[in-house]
Design a protein around this ligand. Structure first.
Ligand SMILES: Nc1ncnc2c1ncn2[C@@H]1O[C@H](COP(=O)(O)OP(=O)(O)O)[C@@H](O)[C@H]1O
Ligand SMILES: [Mg+2]
Length: 243
């Protein structure tokens, strides 16, 4: 089932066209990785999906519902279902881990303190940071902070998760931890769009790969087909000469 359908979108900043005739559909439950050189519009694309950027033309359908013309109030609802895991998902320094995680719950839900506590505990267990409720972010390693940032982004239990270079700057062990969490979330039925320069990681966790090139999706194929593709753009990515 298609959860997200992007049709022929066009996006300009001033004279600069970032997307032109970009099409992509995402199936429920899959992880689709998105490759593209720096500055090709991957983050702008993800931001467009939750209305943080307005496209100039074309349409974005989330579960069949047009999102590009929604009001802020309507987008607020959509953003409970679509999480954006930021490149630098900064935590609030003066708040504990639990307070950081409680923040979206307080903003968006009417859960009781007990229900919030339970949800926070289960998120911490998902990210392998049980017992860190009362710690301040400064006392966590960078990799742990990233995981808490991810937990905060998904604590409202979205069904679609937009990962914007979540492993950038992480060492191999922390990258592995994060990829394992992504795989767990996929098992739980969450759909993911994974923007990354880490091609081997993407090939490992994804169902399909899309490549953004020349302002549109150049190709979208299964991991298997991408690996054996003879397309020069694909080969450049897979062989690591671009990205
Ligand atoms: N708010 C903005 N105003 C003007 N230009 C922008 C804005 N946001 C992004 N851009 C430009 O759009 C292009 C794509 O940016 P981005 O999506 O961040 O690239 P990346 O693929 O590296 O994530 C870049 O050239 C960037 O400078
Ligand atoms: Mg980016």
């Amino acid at each position: 089932m298609t959860i997200l359908e992007v049709q022929n979108i066009r996006k300009k900043f001033g004279e600069k066209t970032v997307h032109d005739g970009l099409n992509l559909s995402v199936q429920q439950g899959e992880i689709l990785s998105l490759f593209g050189g720096s500055g090709t519009g991957k983050s702008v694309f993800l931001r467009s999906l939750i209305g943080l950027e307005r496209v100039d033309s074309g349409s974005i359908l989330y579960r069949g519902k047009q999102i590009q013309n929604l009001t802020e109030t309507e987008l607020f609802e959509i953003r409970k279902n679509i999480a954006y895991v930021f490149q630098n998902g900064a935590l609030f320094d003066s708040m504990t881990v639990a307070e950081n995680l409680a923040y979206p719950l307080i903003e968006h839900t009417n859960l009781s303190d007990n229900e919030m506590r339970e949800k926070i505990d289960s998120m911490l267990s998902l990210i392998g940071l049980e017992g860190s409720q009362t710690l301040l972010p400064a006392s966590l390693s960078g990799g742990m902070q990233k995981r808490v940032g991810l937990a905060r982004s998904i604590i409202l239990e979205p069904e679609l998760i937009l990962y914007d270079e979540p492993t950038a700057g992480l060492d191999p062990q922390n990258t592995k931890n994060l990829l394992e969490i992504m795989a767990k979330l996929r098992k739980m039925g969450k759909t993911g769009i994974f923007v990354t320069h880490d091609i081997p990681a993407a090939l490992e966790v994804s169902d399909r790969i899309a490549i953004l090139n020349n302002r549109r999706i150049h190709i979208v194929e299964s991991v298997e087909n991408i690996k054996k593709s003879t397309d020069p753009v694909v080969k450049a990515f897979i062989e690591g000469s671009v990205g």
